[in-house]
Design a binder for this molecule. Structure first.
Ligand SMILES: Nc1ncnc2c1ncn2[C@@H]1O[C@H](COP(=O)(O)OP(=O)(O)OP(=O)(O)O)[C@@H](O)[C@H]1O
Length: 235
């Protein structure tokens, strides 16, 4: 579904992605684990088109999207839930969801109702300002807003950052439901080992802007082994 080959990206003259290679299968949940500053967010933003690739290719369902604009990738079915969530704090939950329709050719409000069936917690909060939600509720809103673009692959950047464990559980359940019911594929970038292992079918590790290891599904049952591979503490 997604094939990334030799992908490079930089901030000015500073290279950050130094040759990323991986592929994602239809409907797959793929985890990417890495320490701070290893290039996870840069990778997600380059896949979405917010950062220009300096070399390499990104192909999505057979189309080369490497040079396409963000809205064009969005229309093809790539969606990003950014790190930090980027909720509009002074807009209501409903208005935030409506922003998710902005890249569509024609605004179809029924998409919001459809998406909300998977987010019962948000239905009770539709008139509340985004800024008055908890971190976990904002994360659910950011995910729901992304789904309003009707993506076939969602790029989810550090969704558990600063979020209470009880709502992390709800995010996990929501993501599993999306996979089972809608077959959406997902790339999950995380530092939370438990979260990533409970959702992913495969996990890749990233170090200094390149993929260094693929952790097989059998190994995902042993978080201690994974922690050792990536030199991380279990959460
Ligand atoms: N706008 C920018 N200008 C210059 N350098 C940047 C910029 N954004 C990030 N960097 C640098 O690029 C490197 C990779 O950053 P990136 O945010 O992709 O890492 P990350 O793996 O997502 O880290 P984290 O887990 O802390 O979010 C870091 O060294 C960071 O300081």
């Amino acid at each position: 579904m997604l094939a990334v080959k030799g992908l490079q990206a930089a901030y000015g003259r500073i290279p950050i992605l130094t040759g990323v290679d991986f592929s994602l299968h239809e409907g797959e949940y793929l985890g990417i684990l890495g320490h701070n500053g290893m290039g996870k967010t840069t990778l997600m933003r380059t896949l979405m088109g917010h950062i220009k690739a300096t070399a390499g290719t990104i192909s999505f369902n057979g189309t080369d999207v490497t040079k396409l604009a963000v809205h064009e990738r969005s229309r093809l079915g790539i969606g990003l839930v950014p790190q930090g969530r980027e909720i509009f704090p002074s807009l209501t939950v409903y208005e935030n969801l409506r922003m998710g329709l902005a890249s569509a050719k024609k605004e179809d409000l029924s998409v919001i109702d459809e998406v909300l069936t998977e987010f019962p917690r948000l239905v009770r909060l539709l008139d509340r300002n985004g800024g008055a939600l908890s971190g976990g509720e904002q994360q659910l809103l950011a995910l729901a807003r992304c789904l309003c673009t009707r993506p076939r692959v969602v790029l989810l950047d550090e969704p558990t950052e600063g979020i209470q464990p009880s709502i992390i559980e709800e995010i996990v359940e929501t993501l599993l439901r999306l996979k089972q019911k809608h077959g959406i594929a997902m790339i999950l970038v995380e530092q939370n080992l438990d979260f990533i292992t409970s959702l992913s079918e495969r996990v890749l590790t990233i170090q200094k802007g390149r993929i260094t290891r693929e952790i097989m599904p059998a190994d995902l049952k042993d978080p201690a082994a994974i922690a050792e591979y990536v030199g991380m503490a279990t959460h």
